[in-house]
Write a protein that binds this ligand. Structure first.
Ligand SMILES: [Zn+2]
Length: 222
């Protein structure tokens, strides 16, 4: 977010899907990972306007180097290019047949996150592994965000968010947030934090409390 203006898509997302909520965390998951914070119904900019760089919150100081110079930023792990790179690495190590090799046209450098999504929809096992690994990393990050901000709602936008919402096994992994987030294990803290997709009336609610979080964990392992 900039200090001078709020880009229209972000405003739509924040005041659209996040409308009516006092505290909102918005994340756009795509070629990069951007974020915005509405705190007490106002966009939070920070001292110089550089706040809410959620994409550059690291979850692994030994992780891949991000464009910002740090290691293990969620953008370096879960953006579209990061998903494609994860698929390339697995294909290089694996001899298992995968639709991804065909979609890449024989050159792994050509592989994109869209190819991974397409292969997943066609039932490709390796594409599923790649997306599940990505979802697991995202849940760690979202758990950190919830612990830190305890927003009323988290709004996801961008191509990766659409992909997750459209694939139920992948979407179910978001339930792991309950096990990654200290706040939600505290039954006296957040009772319910909503998840919404940009431009969507559907909503996912994440029940809080240790009992419900444990239930979700058990379902996820099943
Ligand atoms: Zn970074």
């Amino acid at each position: 977010m900039t200090t001078t203006q709020t880009p229209l898509p972000w405003a739509e997302a924040i005041w659209g899907a996040g409308i009516g909520f006092r505290n909102v965390f918005y994340a756009t998951l795509g070629t990069g990972i951007g974020s915005g914070i509405v705190f007490d119904r106002r966009i939070y900019h920070g001292r110089t306007g550089s706040a809410a760089e959620g994409g550059h919150v690291s979850i692994d100081y030994n992780g891949p180097r991000c464009g910002c110079g740090k290691r293990g930023c969620i953008e370096a792990l879960c953006s579209g290019p990061a998903i494609a790179q994860r698929a390339r690495e697995r294909l290089t190590k694996s001899k298992t047949p995968s639709r991804l090799r065909e979609l890449a046209g024989g050159t792994l450098e050509n592989l994109t996150a869209e190819h991974v999504a397409e292969a997943f929809r066609e039932g490709d096992a390796l594409a599923r592994e790649v997306l599940e690994a990505t979802a697991d990393l995202l849940t760690v990050w979202v758990g950190n965000i919830i612990d830190f901000l305890e927003p009323d709602v988290i709004v996801f936008g961008g191509g990766i968010a659409r992909l997750r919402a459209n694939s139920s096994p992948h979407a179910n992994r978001v339930a792991k947030v309950g096990n990654q987030c200290a706040l939600l294990r505290n039954p006296n803290a957040a009772s319910e934090i909503r998840f919404r997709r940009r431009n969507s009336r559907r909503r996912r609610s994440l029940p809080g409390g240790s009992h419900r979080a444990t239930q979700h964990g058990a379902q996820n392992r099943a």
